[in-house]
Design a protein around this ligand. Structure first.
Ligand SMILES: [Zn+2]
Length: 308
C-alpha cells in the first residue's frame, strides 16, 4: 500500500499510472503471475506478434535481419519480451519505437538499453516523457528516444517497411500510429482502447475534439484489410480490430461532447458534470475513466468558449 500511495503523489501522469495499475488488465496479470509469468503472445501476420502482460501491449516484428519492438510496458515485462526473443533467435533488436510517452508504454525502455541504439518516438512524446520523469524524479529510470520526428518517419527492416504517422493531438499530443506496411498491421498505442473509457490526458496536450479528426484521418489512411492493435482492452484477449471497429470511439467522443456541451449550456458546474454517471446514448464502455472524460471534455469546451 505504501508503494501505491507514493505513486499517487505527484503528477497527473503518475496518477494515471497508478490507476492503470488498478485496472482489470493488471489484476489479470497479478492473479496469473502466481503460476509464473502471465504474459501472452498473439501471432498476427507477416512476422508481427503482440505481447501482453501489464501495461500497453507490445508489438514485435521478427525478420531475418532483426527485430523491431513497439512500446515496452514496464522493465520486468520488457525483460520477458527480451528473454523470449533471445530464445527464438540470436537476431539483434534493430529498432525500438514508442507510440507515446505514458509510463505503461515506455517504463520498460530502460530494459533495452545496451541492446538497441535506435529509439524512435514523436517529438512531443519525448518532450512529455522528459516532463513526466522530471516531475516524478525518475529521470535515471528512463531510456529516452534517440530520434524524433514531426509528421512521418520511416525505415526498412528485412522486407518490412515501418512507417510512423502523426495525425495530431488526441489521447496526448504525441501519439503516433505505427504501420508495418507489408504485413498491413498498425499499432495505435492508446489512440484506441477496446470497450474502455479512453484516457484523455490534457496535462500532455490531449484534445477530445481533435481525437475525432485523428480517427477520421486513420479511417482515410488505412484500408479495410488493415489489422489494428492497441494498448488496452476491457477484455484482455480482444486486442486487435478492423477499421470499422474504430468508429466506436468516434461515436463515443461525439456523444461525450454533445452531452457535456448541453450540460454547460444548462449552467452546470464542472463538479456537477463530473458527478454524472453515464454519457447519454452510450452503452458497452467500461473502466475507471468516465469521471476523467467528463472533466476533460468540460475543461476543453469551456476553454474554447472563453477564447471565442
Ligand atoms: Zn497512454
Amino acid at each position: 500500500m505504501i508503494k501505491r500511495r507514493q505513486f499517487i503523489q505527484g503528477s497527473a501522469n503518475t496518477l494515471l499510472f497508478s490507476m492503470l495499475l488498478g485496472s482489470k488488465n493488471s489484476l489479470f496479470a497479478q492473479s496469473a503471475s502466481m503460476q509464473g509469468p502471465a504474459f501472452t503472445w498473439k501471432e498476427l501476420r507477416g512476422g508481427i506478434s503482440l505481447f501482453s502482460e501489464r501495461g500497453g501491449t507490445i508489438a514485435v516484428l521478427k525478420t531475418k535481419d532483426g527485430y523491431a519492438v513497439v512500446d515496452t510496458q514496464f522493465p520486468d515485462q520488457s525483460q520477458h519480451v527480451i528473454d523470449e526473443l533471445k530464445k527464438q533467435s540470436d537476431q539483434k533488436i534493430q529498432l525500438l519505437m514508442n507510440t507515446h510517452h505514458h509510463g505503461d508504454h515506455t517504463s520498460g525502455n530502460i530494459a533495452f538499453k545496451g541492446l538497441v541504439n535506435r529509439v524512435v518516438a514523436h517529438e512531443n512524446s519525448l518532450k512529455n516523457q522528459i516532463a513526466a520523469a522530471t516531475k516524478a524524479k525518475t529521470e535515471e529510470k528512463q531510456y529516452y528516444p534517440t530520434e524524433t520526428f514531426k509528421d512521418t518517419w520511416t525505415t526498412k527492416i528485412g522486407k518490412e517497411r515501418i512507417r510512423a504517422h502523426y495525425f495530431g493531438p488526441a489521447h496526448t499530443d504525441g501519439d503516433v500510429a505505427i504501420h508495418f506496411e507489408h504485413a498491413n498491421v498498425v499499432h495505435l498505442g492508446d489512440l484506441f482502447g477496446n470497450k474502455r473509457y479512453p484516457i484523455i490526458d490534457r496535462s500532455a496536450g490531449a484534445s477530445v475534439a481533435n481525437w475525432i479528426h485523428v480517427n477520421d484521418k486513420i479511417q482515410k489512411h488505412f484500408d479495410k484489410d488493415t489489422i489494428f492493435t492497441y494498448g488496452h482492452a476491457f477484455n484482455p484477449t480482444e486486442i486487435t480490430c478492423k477499421k470499422e471497429d474504430l468508429m466506436a470511439l468516434t461515436d463515443y467522443l461525439e456523444k461525450l461532447i454533445i452531452h457535456v456541451s448541453s450540460e454547460i449550456k444548462s449552467g452546470k458546474t464542472k463538479e456537477e458534470v463530473m458527478k454524472l454517471t453515464a454519457v447519454n446514448g452510450v452503452q458497452g464502455m467500461n473502466g475507471d475513466f468516465l469521471k476523467n472524460n467528463f472533466q476533460m471534455a468540460y475543461e476543453e469546451l469551456t476553454e474554447k468558449n472563453t477564447k471565442q
